[in-house]
Design a protein around this ligand. Structure first.
Ligand code: AMP
Length: 418
């Protein structure tokens, strides 16, 4: 199947060509025709599958086909995402796909000044990508008009529920027109997701693509058994020996991310940390430096790394295994995208054996084990309980982060005209 077969407007085909996409991914091939029929969908797909284009392209197509297309810029599509990083990335993708259309998009999230967002909204925006908390601020201040919304997209809905956004989502939906198309994307089908979909979706078509990230042939996975106290030494060894130039490293806690980052710097490896306690500007800068190759290692917690999209990221390291098995799948899905080869290595100490068993059960396969010479674990060391740190807590405080920062394109409310 080609994009031409999907019946998309030439303005969209042009943008797709410029992105270098030759054929639709499985989620796109399945979702686009259904969305074009104006049906609601409940899609099991995670980041890395091409889901953003999967909902954006048909949405733009339907906007182009609709009569009221260019007359007035009013919010016609609303995309809710769990994190600022994902909101930024989704809007960046929308901007790329919509570049030859008349539609303007903007991103709205907390932790930055609200005024630039108000100014952008006043000028007229067609597509808004938002995190729920800040969007509710705009709703209550009446600085956004959502009465013309035709499309509601809940992106990474499971994550939004995890982060305690369920009531915020309901409050947002309450102010939307009843007549609309709703598309829900979620990596998992929990009972909470099912409940949400029965409440807000109209006879949705179910779409599921294989968990490509977990089973992908393109991701080489390995477990390196090592003592906890020697993980840093092993990581430095792997980076230096393998001459790795771009590595995303996951830690369980924010404190752990900071500490590891400092240690790697001491070892002569340029690194930066991103997590919920960093200002928005610091996070955006760290990601930009990492993408540009100015730093070799980005150390991240799960929440901060959510949805990070880096083309051809070759190495992902789990410095600590996540205690939630699903997070392993999300983490390693940052590599091996769109057919590129990637390597996902986990440094596992005796304390983490249970987490490993849970992960292997989830992905239904054994991950190859490596005992590297010179780093073999000391068999006399016994397992100890794991300190979870503050990271899980951060999920329950998604709107933290204060208002220290603003400015730049990410001062929130940057809108674009294409
Ligand atoms: P997403 O799952 O939406 O975050 O997309 C993951 C990555 O796949 C992004 O880097 C997209 O640019 C890329 N992508 C999306 N659609 C295609 C396609 N049809 N062909 C190749 N790459 C794609």
């Amino acid at each position: 199947m080609t994009f031409n077969d999907l019946g998309l407007n030439k303005l969209l085909l042009k943008a797709i060509g410029e992105q270098g996409y030759t054929e639709p991914t499985p989620i796109q091939a399945q979702a686009i025709p259904v969305i074009l029929q104006r049906k609601d969908i409940l899609a099991g797909a995670q980041t890395g599958t091409g889901k953003t284009a999967g909902f954006t392209l048909p949405m733009l197509e339907l906007l182009l086909r609709s009569k009221h297309q260019t007359k007035q810029h009013q919010v016609k599509a609303l995309i809710l995402t769990p994190t600022r990083e994902l909101a930024l990335q989704v809007e960046e993708n929308i901007a790329a796909y919509a570049r030859h259309t008349p539609y303007k998009s903007a991103v709205i999230f907390g932790g930055v000044k609200i005024n630039p967002q108000i100014v952008a909204l006043r000028k007229g925006i067609d597509i808004v990508v938002a995190t729920p908390g800040r969007l509710l601020d705009h709703i209550s201040q009446k600085t956004i008009n959502l009465s013309h919304v035709d499309f509601l997209i809940l992106d990474e809905a499971d994550r939004m529920l995890d982060m305690g956004f369920v009531n915020d989502i309901k409050k947002v939906i309450a102010v939307l027109p009843k007549e609309r198309q709703t598309l829900l994307f979620s990596a998992t089908y929990s009972d909470a997701i099912k409940k949400l979909s029965t409440q807000f979706l109209k006879s949705p078509t179910l779409i599921e693509v294989a968990r490509t990230n977990a089973s992908s042939e393109t991701i080489k996975q390995a477990i390196y058994h090592v003592d906890k106290t020697r993980k840093r030494e092993l990581l430095t060894h792997l980076i230096k020996e393998g001459d790795w130039q771009q590595v995303l490293v996951f830690t369980r806690t924010k404190h752990g991310a900071n500490r590891l980052c400092g240690q790697l710097e001491t070892d002569g490896i340029s690194s930066a940390a991103i997590h919920g306690n960093k200002s928005q500007n610091a996070r955006v800068k760290a990601l930009a430096d990492f993408k540009a190759g100015k730093i070799r290692v980005l150390v991240a917690t799960d929440i901060a790394a959510r949805g990070i999209d880096i083309d051809q990221l070759p190495h992902v390291v789990n410095y600590e295994l996540p205690n939630v098995s699903e997070d392993y799948v999300h983490r390693i899905g940052r590599t091996g995208r769109a057919g590129n080869k990637g390597e996902a290595i986990s440094l596992v100490c005796v304390d983490e054996d249970e987490f490993l068993a849970g992960i292997e059960k989830l992905i239904k396969k054994d991950i190859p084990k490596v005992w590297l010479k010179g780093f073999k674990p000391d068999p006399s060391i016994k397992a100890e309980p794991i300190n979870m740190g503050g990271n899980r807590g951060a999920r329950n405080k998604p709107r933290g982060g204060g208002s220290r920062n603003s400015g730049g394109r990410n001062g929130g409310g940057g809108s674009r005209r294409r």
